[in-house]
Design a binder for this molecule. Sequence first.
Ligand code: AMP
Length: 133
Amino acid sequence: MATIFSKIAAGEIPSYCCAQNDEFYAFLDINPMVKGHTLVIPRREVDYIFDLADDELARLHVFAARVARAIKSVIPCVKVGEAVLGLEVPHAHIHLIPMQSERDMLFSNPKLQLPADEMQAVADAIRQAFEKA
Ligand code: AMP
């Protein structure tokens, strides 16, 4: 059975798309820790990120770096942090989180609820920056 993230990458479930290519897909986390919190996934369905082949893992990170640069260009932050958990959704993904401080990386923090139009505007801005780079 396809994972929820496979369905998102295939466009069968809506998402706030930030970037994509043939192999990878980036979209806003629906329960963001901070504005601009983005997930990056391989379209290929693999649960545990460290089960990816070395070259696919490398390409995923190169793609995530491009997304992180786009995020940093549109969301004021000190740096974009990267985290991998995978405890909830069994489809490999990287969290990209614009940080003001270390506290922004605490997954135990309460999550934000941003209005749909704000989520859409953030995703559009990241996608435009990604495509322009
Ligand atoms: P984890 O597997 O522990 O890395 O957490 C999964 C992350 O996916 C959480 O931060 C969720 O908020 C996020 N998430 C789950 N379902 C969706 C969805 N449909 N769209 C966007 N983000 C999601």
